[in-house]
Design a protein around this ligand. Structure first.
Ligand code: BGC
Length: 774
């Protein structure tokens, strides 16, 4: 009854809205504008109106009770009601009814009926939350990632959002950096594939389509290179490293049509990225051909003052507009300075015109001039958000993103065994991530909720066993923990858990980082499972050795002890709304794990940064030989604990030796490399077959190997398939000392296998072209 009542109200609202549309038709354009119309519009705008198109304000300025939130925040920012009335876009305001209402009020005042753009961080899902980007990287499945982005776009668009601040394409090599969780890992090739998939998923073929939103590629550039993994820290990279490893992901997203780009907080080679004319004008717009809207990160223009690179707000504004930054996110830097500076002749008005035109073009592409509400629809919103199809997709994504790090045969579990679930993630709904802004943990399926559907209640117990973090973490200022067991003594939690473990055949331990231990401003110097949970693990291990660890985390962790003692480890990242369901599907073998690591798991933090596509030193270690004057540690191995590309299955895959179609090729030719993949185990499963290549000798040192292709292959037990990769000049090329991109004659090694540590190799020679030798 109540539901029907609600729907009737929503229907009426819908009707009222469409009538208003009709009545006000004169305010909206009938069809998208042409470039000349946009230019004419630009010409009609006052300078103040133009400058304010470059201002983005937080949503609360439009929803607070006192008209436009003129007190508090806005005053502090030195802005006026007029600034709010003329700002060009809004950050973090969503919900169909709310955005419609704000847009309507805004349009009534906007002198040229230029609509607002609503932007939000829709990072891995909207209300239906799928695995965090690091988990999506682990799927090695761009098609699935695209579907997830499509689903997120649909939910966001129906709630009134026009643009998402995603994908984050920052290459990451340092597990201490908290934002590793938002990336798809350490490899440029994988990053590029995932970035393209996300852009396509969000944007579809037409930005004006009601189910799609514009993408924003971030953070340009190399934010992931923060020194010592500390967030916002300095980035120092050689230009070669920047271009060859860090930029390709952004470039791929731009080539895929990403409508917008966001600047990064960091300095890059001594200059704040946000105000770097070289980076933004020469590299991004000039070389990469980006012609869309460039937005600063949150207050990043203002932060150039703290960097010591701008003397004051006026200089920061001037540098940013010269660099080509179109939108100032949430500060008054542009709004309070540019009009004056232009009037005094200190800034060229053309720079503002250029930026405004790009913003108008984007609004036009989004279809906002014809329909400022775009996809926002209160009625549809109820149906689309968290619908069954979205939940199913999220569940599938959980099963594909999980990586089986260890299994001595204990998995999959039999539901007939006596099983004890012990760990703070056993019945915990908070498995979304710090960036699941609209996600609501109360929608989440916990491990216990999913297990109750399949495990025999008589033989199964569920215990938290421990608080999520101990005083050691809390004392360091980490206060952001909602603890369902607050007030319960740790000793009591442990005691109950140990008693349950003694009774069980198998103990499943869902443990790991609290979700706020990763994300922005969440760098960690000690990358371990919180000590209080490790103490629990040891207590359980003392009474029952049959432990399966289900690991929750947003970054690679040092899990040496777990990997020695646990019989199995299933890495599940921050899995999202359907976390519990997907995890149980995997634990009981309904699905077979197929994820592969998108980032190396270090042996310990002292090894960080550790990544597979590194260079050989002049004194490489010979595996198995201990020699003093070699490039190595005295106390730990050089290799990570688990390498990039690694991940097990419940079945067993066998690779034939690599077969090359030819042993020689020229730069204008191509060869193929293939293997026969056999599922030699007892179950159906999916393997990600990976192709790596090394240029053995070149004019510059080259990485020991680089990913150049991958393919997910599903095989029934006993089935075989030939997997073939094409190798052409592109796969063999690199950026040379003089900046040119090309290949060099000589020998190349090719590997095909199930991880970056595969030794399944063959080699061929790239012969010089006739004209090169003449
Ligand atoms: C983050 C961005 C995010 C922006 C808007 C910043 O703090 O660095 O990634 O898109 O806030 O929420």
């Amino acid at each position: 009854m109540i539901q029907v009542g609600k729907n009737v109200i929503l229907c009426c609202m819908q009707l009222i809205r469409s009538t208003k549309f009709k009545n006000e038709e004169k305010d909206f354009r009938e069809k998208a504008m042409q470039e000349k119309d946009l230019k004419q519009l630009l010409g009609e705008m006052s300078l103040k109106e133009k400058v304010n198109q470059l201002l983005q304000l937080r949503g609360d300025f439009y929803t607070s009770d006192d008209e436009g939130g003129i007190t508090g925040g806005v005053q502090e920012l030195g802005l006026t009601q007029e600034d709010i009335d003329l700002a060009g876009s809004v950050l973090s305001l969503s919900g169909a009814e709310k955005t419609i209402e704000v847009q309507k009020r805004y349009m009534e005042k906007q002198p040229h009926h230029i609509p607002l753009m609503f932007m939000l961080d829709v990072i891995h899902g909207f209300r239906t939350v799928y695995p965090a980007p690091i988990g999506q990287g682990a799927t090695f499945d761009p098609e699935l990632v695209q579907e997830c982005a499509e689903m997120a776009a649909k939910e966001a668009a129906v709630s009134g959002i026009h643009l998402t601040f995603s994908p984050m394409v920052d290459l990451v090599r340092d597990a201490r950096w908290g934002r590793v969780v938002e990336s798809t890992g350490e490899d440029p090739y994988l990053n590029a594939a995932m970035a393209v998939a996300m852009v396509k998923g969000y944007q579809g073929d037409d930005l004006a389509d009601k189910d799609h939103v514009a993408a924003c590629v971030k953070h340009f550039a190399a934010y992931g290179g923060a020194e010592a993994g500390r967030d916002y820290n300095t980035v120092q990279l050689s230009e070669h490293t920047l271009r060859e490893y860090y930029l390709p992901g952004y470039k791929a997203a731009i080539d895929a049509g990403a409508a917008t780009v966001m600047t990064s907080f960091n300095t890059i080679n001594d200059e704040p990225a946000t105000t770097s004319k070289w980076l933004m004008r020469d590299v991004l717009r000039g070389e990469m051909g980006f012609d869309g809207v460039l937005i600063s990160d949150y207050a990043a223009i203002a932060e150039t003052i703290a960097h010591g690179s701008s003397a004051d707000a006026a200089e920061a504004a001037k540098k940013a507009i010269i660099a080509g930054v179109d939108i100032d996110m949430v500060t008054n830097i542009y709004a309070s300075n540019l009009v004056d500076m232009i009037e005094k002749g200190e800034v060229d008005e053309k720079l503002v015109d250029e930026a405004v035109l790009r913003i108008l073009e984007l609004k036009n592409r989004l279809g906002l001039f014809e329909n400022p509400y775009k996809g926002a629809d209160p009625l549809q919103e109820k149906e689309v958000i968290l619908c069954e199809a979205h939940r199913e997709l999220a569940r599938k994504a959980v099963t594909e993103s999980a990586v089986l790090l260890k299994n001595d045969g204990i998995l999959p579990l039999s539901t007939e065994n006596r099983t004890a679930f012990i760990g703070p993630y056993t019945d915990n709904k908070e498995m979304l991530s710090a960036w699941a802004i609209i996600g609501d943990s109360k929608d989440t399926v916990t491990i216990k909720e999913a297990a109750l559907k399949v495990f025999d209640p008589e033989k199964t117990s569920y215990n938290a066993g421990s608080h999520m973090v101990g005083d050691d973490v809390l004392l360091l200022g980490f206060t952001d923990v909602s603890d369902p067991y607050q007030g319960v003594e740790q000793e009591t939690l442990v005691k109950d858990a140990v008693a349950a473990a003694k009774e069980a055949d198998v103990v499943v331990m869902p443990i790991g980082e609290h979700f706020t231990q990763t994300g922005e401003a969440s760098s960690r110097a000690m990358i371990e499972v919180p000590e209080i949970q490790m103490e629990l693990f040891r207590e359980i291990y003392a009474v029952n050795k049959n432990i399966v660890v289900v690991l929750f985390n947003g970054r690679p962790l040092d899990i040496r002890e777990l990997s020695q003692k646990a019989r199995a480890i299933l890495e599940v990242w921050m899995p999202g709304t359907e976390g519990g369901s997907g995890i149980i599907d995997l634990l009981i073998g309904k699905d077979n794990p197929s994820g592969k690591l998108p980032m190396s798991f270090p042996y310990c933090v002292g090894q960080v940064p550790v990544y597979y596509n590194a260079f050989s030193t002049g004194r490489p270690m010979v595996p198995g030989r201990i020699e003093k004057f070699k490039s190595r540690y005295l106390d730990i191995p050089n290799e990570p604990l688990y390498p990039f590309g690694y991940g097990l299955s419940y079945t067993k895959f066998e690779y034939s030796p690599v077969k090359l179609s030819e042993n020689e090729m020229t730069a204008d030719g191509r060869i193929t490399a293939s293997v026969v993949l056999t599922n030699a185990g007892p179950l159906k499963g999916t393997e990600t077959v990976q192709l790596y290549i090394r240029d053995d000798k070149a004019s510059m040192a080259r990485p020991v190997k680089e990913l150049k292709g991958f393919r997910r292959v599903e095989l029934e037990a006993g089935e075989s398939e030939t997997v073939t990769f094409d190798i052409a000049n592109k796969e063999l090329s690199f950026i040379r000392r003089d900046g040119s991109f090309g290949s060099e004659a000589g020998s190349f090694t090719v590997w095909i296998g199930g991880s970056s540590s595969t030794e399944n190799e063959a080699s061929f020679t790239l012969k010089a072209l006739q004209q090169d030798t003449e």
